[in-house]
Ligand binder design. Structure first.
Ligand code: DIG
Ligand code: MN
Ligand code: MN
Length: 405
């Protein structure tokens, strides 16, 4: 497996167009493939895997990077000596396998101290502890080469909503993020933040529930230029929203700093399923937008699968899951390229241009308003015209189903 050139592990070229390569920028969190299968109704079904082992196996699968929460690597309360030894072994595995750490984050949800939240907790000592832990975890992420830092406020929420005014929660979240932005600037770290929304679970309601909420919240921060979003398929779907529309708004705002890819059935708990394994049309349209196959500017950040194997699986099933995430992404990318090259599709998508009307609407002026009001528009004629979307969607389905290329 070793490449003579630099001793790094290179994928054997199998000729399979859907085999992942480093260039695909696929990443997995230690907690994803390392998920032992524990759930609220049952114990772990898989043994714990050492981080260095996960790095080697992900490299074999063709991944580019591995992400982590601080405590995925360094146990809570580990001594400085233990931290040094653990981080050293992890760095050696990364170096040996030619893997990188695109993103890091803090576990602000497992330890009971965070039972009322972290940055938004009513107890100032909890909020202070969350900042201490986050600064340490940011140091670790930067030491491992991360350029992105995710904040998922898993416990930032409520059940008994009289416990705090939600506006106080927002103010505390802003205080914490502004503080940590200043920390990163003072340390001269090359690091951006990405905020991840989720509507509920583990809290009855989580503040800043969707990517749309986050996009507004970012505008209220002291350093909004340092902060973007990390939308997750399952979380937007849990909120009953379109992931594609949320990601589109983030891209349009220049705020898609990271993305959590997985799959989800609507109306369920956070399933974090293998990418593309539910809502295949949604996954296709998401990949189409991320890859810009219709001619739009593509997303160039990490493609992170925040997902885990079914509890039914053994370790082999975990690697089947990881390969499935990446293969499905690459297959959908190829299908989207074919779809946007299809002459019939392009004909249906050709923009209805109107050289007279459009300039009048693009900028207000008295002259434009007068001309617009004078324009002759026949609403009944327009209403009678079909738009061909049935044909367009059927063509998309046929590309997806592989009967049209
Ligand atoms: C869950 O969707 C969250 C946490 O796993 C982590 O903080 C974040 C990073 O992808 N996603
Ligand atoms: Mn999730
Ligand atoms: Mn996530």
């Amino acid at each position: 497996m070793k490449n003579a050139k630099n001793g790094k592990h290179e994928k054997q070229k199998s000729g399979d167009p859907f085999e992942p390569t480093r260039a695909d920028r696929f990443s997995f969190g230690l907690w994803t493939v390392g998920n032992p299968g524990r759930d609220p109704f049952g114990e772990a079904v898989r043994a714990r895997m050492e981080p260095a082992y996960i790095v080697r196996k992900l490299a074999e699968c063709g991944a580019h990077g591995v992400n982590l929460h601080d405590n995925d690597l360094v146990p809570f309360g580990a001594s400085a000596g233990e931290r040094g030894r653990i981080v050293g072994a992890f760095k050696a595995a990364l170096e040996d396998c030619g893997m990188v750490v695109p993103m890091a984050t803090t576990n602000l949800f497992s330890h009971p101290v965070f039972k009322d939240g972290a940055f938004t907790a009513n107890d100032p000592k909890v909020r202070a502890f969350a900042l201490q832990k986050s600064m340490d975890a940011i140091d670790l992420g930067v030491e491992l080469g991360a350029k992105l830092y995710v904040f998922w406020g898993g416990r930032e929420g409520s059940e008994a909503d009289a416990c705090r005014d939600p506006r106080a929660a927002l103010a505390r979240m802003r205080e914490a993020l502004d503080f940590l932005c200043e920390y990163v600037r003072e340390q001269r770290y090359e690091l951006c933040f990405a905020l991840e929304a989720k509507p509920n679970e583990p809290r009855g309601d989580i503040y800043l529930a969707t990517t749309g909420h986050m996009l507004h919240f970012i505008t209220t921060l002291a350093h909004p230029e340092m902060v973007g979003v990390n939308p997750e398929v399952a979380h937007e779907t849990m909120a009953g929203l379109s992931m594609v529309h949320g990601v589109a708004q983030a891209m349009e705002a220049g705020k898609l700093f990271h993305i959590d890819l997985n799959a989800q059935k609507i109306g369920r708990y956070d399933q974090d399923l293998r990418f593309g394994s539910e809502d295949l049309k949604g996954a296709f349209l998401l990949v189409r937008m991320l890859e810009g196959t219709s001619g739009t500017v593509p997303y160039t950040g990490p493609l992170h699968f925040d997902a885990h194997a079914y509890r039914s699986e053994d370790e082999q099933g975990v690697w089947d899951f990881a390969r499935g995430c990446m293969r499905t992404y690459k297959i959908l990318k190829a299908r989207a390229q074919e779809f946007d090259r299809d002459p019939e599709v392009r004909g249906l998508l050709r923009e209805q241009a109107d050289a007279e009307l459009e300039p009048l609407m693009q900028r207000y002026s008295k002259k434009n308003a007068k001309a617009l009001r004078a324009a002759s528009i026949d609403p009944d004629a327009i209403a009678r015209k079909g738009l061909g979307y049935e044909k367009l969607d059927q063509l998309m389905m046929e590309h997806l189903l592989g009967v049209r290329s």
